[in-house]
Design a protein around this ligand. Sequence first.
Ligand SMILES: [Zn+2]
Ligand SMILES: [Zn+2]
Length: 366
Amino acid sequence: MRAVAVFPTEKKVSLIDDHPEPALESPTSVKLKVLEVGICGTDREICTFEYGEAPPQSPYFVLGHESFCEVIEVGSGVQQIKPGDLAVLSVRRPCPEMCPACRVGRQDFCYTGDFKERGIKKLHGFMTELIVEDQQYVYTVPRELREIAVLTEPLTVTEKAFDQLSTVRERMPWHDRASNSSTRNALILGAGPVGLLAAMKMVLEGFNTFVYSLGKGDAAKEKIMKDIGVTFIPAEDVKASDVLSPCGGHVDVVIEALGAATVSFEVLQALEQNAIFIFTGVPGRKAPIPFDLSDLMKELVLKNQLVFGTVNAGPAHFRSSIADLERFNVRFPQAVRGLITARIAMEQFAGPIDQPVGIKNVIQVN
Ligand SMILES: [Zn+2]
Ligand SMILES: [Zn+2]
């Protein structure tokens, strides 16, 4: 079969045509035809060999972790999934030690770090014609999401962040009662696919939502933000340390989807009482950044601020991501489709990896 293969030792990425076709492995296996695979920053870092690990005994691994597939065959023990269903797959698999998190299916919180990830770490990914997976990692998708279901995995980042946000907001027992809009301001840092999906989610959840990012004059992004009803704050015009004033002077929650440390910490330092700052981005390797840590520590304490990082997602987040895509599809049909800038044949995979265009680039596999 054809596959986009990463050879970490040889430091090359190429389209191969001899990747073996998988067969059902157990009564609970599901065989799927891959339709589309989204490309993100993680794939670009893998293709510059910053990370990524092949399965043992294999010189390569198949790239791709943002899947959208059609079921073609199921094992005898599979009841909820049938051939013809559309589906997406989760990415992370449990560690061999079966740590307390992995034991309950929450390998997104794995303690050991020995988890595997399809298309990233020790498992083949999805940029190939056919794949087989156990039913527990397969999530069926309604037909009306056909054009946007490939966004499920990137949206799970925000779904997990939002789930944790809901839990930590319990520390302020009045927060639900204080539902007048001035008390619910969300600021998203970054207007890439994760940031714009996060913006849609926060709008849906009733937050006044602001997006701070470079991209002034980017008509496609500005239209999406206008359509979903968020206020765009161009980083070209507003310094990170001044970002609160265009947000009406107050932000309850920041979702960082930028991967840039300096901007993030400048925003963090500008926040006020009880603010929650959620990191989802991974900064590239850069020289150390000087920062007044004593002042930051003082502010965090005296203002009851909360900072947390989040990665990957659990089964409930894949389900809520699909449910929210259905809501986006009704409420912002144009905007959510606008996130996918280009669909590219698998033979041309190198283009969107070297030089992505617009917002989300998707490889059409079948
Ligand atoms: Zn990704
Ligand atoms: Zn684990």
